[in-house]
Design a protein around this ligand. Structure first.
Ligand code: G3I
Length: 339
């Protein structure tokens, strides 16, 4: 009991409040997105109310990943994603498809697929094109390839690279475009602001694809960032570099950790103001890029109760716009002022 009381006494509190109307997307002149957990949307009225009210673009956090949607070689499990499609259509929200080709969250059969190079290629193409055909006209865009690079700018040795060679990225974009020529196609990755070598490699690849007529429209800068990093100059140059090279820029998975190094948090360190301030900087730099390149900003989760960070890193953290009780934090109020 004493431990519980002490823990709650030390827990950082926030007292910020501002009006929830107009909604974020109503004050922005680009889409404001959120990663969505369908289970929460269907069974948690607080979650559903806030999500529906504030955002006009959704990315499925997990349910379009191969592990969930393609559990067996000849079985696609469309039902959950279709419910999300219906929700988006009924509520006039756009849907950002996440993600076609990744090295994580693969079904066992795919991870251990055994076949010749041409059988691998057929499997790869079938996955991409079945997804794109099924959701044709229903998704605005796809994260076609996710996280293909290492921090040093070399290509990750994923199953796709091992079995199809480095050209798999180009093929993925071509196959996706063939199946749904109207969808915008993105390459999505993390640390493109923090790791200059990775950014250079990704930008180099995207430019070369574009020059050769490969249908790639944009970059997803995930931006799992924190109150301590990255530096403003690095964010500015990342946004500008991709925009000036002619790519749509999606801040695709934004969250701002208040506890990036782990450890105990307390009330003394202005965490909420620092988080709000960091968000204001992100917004002001994003607004400096050409408006035609502003695809949108997507938060990776609705409230601090929904964030992937505490369980993934086994630490206390509060990286999103709303607290665990779905109340607006300083970052939300600052965002309204800054949009
Ligand atoms: O599906 C199983 C379920 O069957 C099981 O009962 C449950 C028990 O723990 O686990 C479920 O899997 C979890 C899955 O999310 C779906 O909820 C995994 O344990 C969990 O590790 C997984 O985490 C997701 C993570 O991607 C996987 O790498 C996070 O929710 C999701 O936010 C995160 O998102 C990624 C982006 O897609 C790409 N960029 C990085 C970002 C953060 O890692």
């Amino acid at each position: 009991m004493i431990i519980v009381l002490l823990a709650s006494a030390c827990k950082p509190k926030h007292t910020e409040s501002c009006t929830l109307e107009p909604a974020l997307y109503q004050v922005a002149d680009f889409p404001i997105g959120c990663a969505v957990d369908l289970n929460q949307l269907e069974f948690n009225p607080n979650y559903a109310q806030l999500l529906g009210q504030q955002f006009n673009q959704l990315s499925p956090e997990n349910l379009m990943k191969a592990e969930h949607i393609h559990p067996q070689v000849n079985t696609y499990n469309w039902s959950e994603a279709d419910r999300l499609v219906n929700y988006c259509q009924q509520e006039s929200k756009s849907l950002h498809g996440h993600t076609l080709i990744w090295h994580q969250q693969l079904p066992t059969w795919m991870e251990h697929f055994s076949g010749t190079k041409s059988e691998w290629e057929a499997m790869f193409k079938d996955h991409i094109q079945s997804m794109c055909r099924h959701f044709k006209g229903k998704v605005r865009a796809w994260d076609v390839v996710n996280e293909a690079f290492n921090e040093d700018g070399t290509l990750r040795n994923s199953i796709w690279k091992q079995h199809l060679g480095a050209g798999y990225i180009e093929k993925a974009f071509r196959y996706a475009h063939e199946a749904d020529p109207d969808a915008l196609l993105f390459y999505n990755d993390f640390n493109l602001v923090l790791s200059p070598k990775k950014r250079e490699a990704v930008l180099g690849l995207l430019k070369s694809l574009k020059q050769r007529g490969v249908p790639v429209n944009g970059i997803g800068l995930q931006m799992h960032i924190s109150i301590a990093f990255p530096e403003n100059r690095a964010m500015e140059s990342a946004f500008q570099d991709f925009s000036e090279a002619g790519f749509l820029v999606h801040i695709s998975e934004l969250d701002i950790s208040v506890n990036p190094y782990g450890g105990a948090l307390n009330n003394d360190s202005n965490l909420w103001e620092r988080q709000a301030q960091k968000l204001a900087v992100v917004l002001s730099l994003y607004k400096q890029i050409d408006h035609s390149r502003q695809y949108g900003i997507t938060f990776w989760g609705l409230s601090d109760a929904d964030s992937w960070i505490p369980s993934a890193f086994n630490r206390e953290d509060y990286p999103l716009l709303f607290d665990v009780n779905y109340q607006a934090k300083a970052a939300y109020c600052k965002m309204k002022e800054s949009l």
